[in-house]
Design a protein around this ligand. Structure first.
Ligand code: HPA
Length: 246
């Protein structure tokens, strides 16, 4: 039985080298996940793949049913979740298609269903979120990167913004003053919901573009897509090694 799930982000709506064995549509008390769950063998091991934006990249970040996605994974017995996420680079050391394993996150999103405990009859639950990502899974990803010969950044602070628009240059300056190294639209509430369910969750951030005001000119979707092709090639190499360690 699979215990590892990969959540694919922009640029990763299908997982190359996944030999698909089954697809399952799962309903949850919170509604439908972004797509059916894709079961398959990936470099010899059973895993589950879930494209966060749907198979055709049709669900924008603020409309993703994060609760249903994580609930469905928990329901089928998943214990480890690796989330792939395209981000804009704020830190000047980042280059296009760099991979980062973030260790902290700041949440700037609003109006998203961000907890499983919201009904009057639900208990009052305050999960610990001091270390928002699973250190165990982060360490495995770092080990996998070493084996794969990938030069990845071993920590960084992810600023989770609401989107779907990209940021104003001044907003990026504010995020940097707050300590953010990268900016993306899907990191929250995904990480917190995973923690509420007791899932081991870590993210692989892929630099898709210099954040607003940090590159030349405006940010074009066509160049983001192009850059992500390069980044996702590295993600596949990383996941191949991760599988051998799990
Ligand atoms: N900002 C927010 N989210 C993103 C970006 C960005 O520049 N690039 C990819 N996802």
């Amino acid at each position: 039985m699979a215990n590892l799930a990969i959540i694919g982000g922009t640029g990763l709506t299908a997982l190359k080298h996944l030999e698909i064995t089954q697809q399952e549509t799962i309903g949850t008390p919170f509604g439908e996940p972004s797509s059916s769950l894709v079961y398959g063998r990936f470099y010899g091991k059973e895993i589950v793949f879930l494209p966060r934006h749907g198979f055709h990249h049709s669900i924008p970040p603020h409309k993703i049913n994060y609760r249903a996605n994580l609930w469905a994974l928990k329901e089928i017995g998943i214990t480890q979740v690796v989330a792939i996420a395209a981000v804009g680079g704020i830190n000047s050391e980042y280059a296009i298609a760099d991979l980062i394993i973030p260790d902290q996150i700041i949440d700037y999103t609003w109006g998203r269903a961000h907890t499983f405990y919201e009904q009057d009859q639900d208990p009052v639950v305050h999960i610990d979120f001091t270390h928002p990502y699973s250190e165990g899974l982060r360490n495995l990803l770092l080990k996998a990167a070493l084996i794969a010969g990938l030069n990845i950044k071993d920590r960084g602070i992810y600023g989770a913004v609401q989107g779907p628009r990209l940021e104003a240059a001044a907003e990026i300056n504010r995020l940097e003053r707050d300590g953010c190294h990268m900016v993306g639209m899907t990191g929250m509430p995904e990480a917190a919901l995973a923690r509420e369910l007791g899932l081991n969750y870590a993210a692989v951030a892929v630099i898709a573009n210099p954040a607003a005001g940090r590159g030349e000119g405006i940010i074009e979707m066509s160049s983001i897509e192009q850059n992500l092709k390069l980044g996702m090639g590295k993600v596949l190499l990383l996941l191949e090694q991760l599988i051998s360690l799990i």
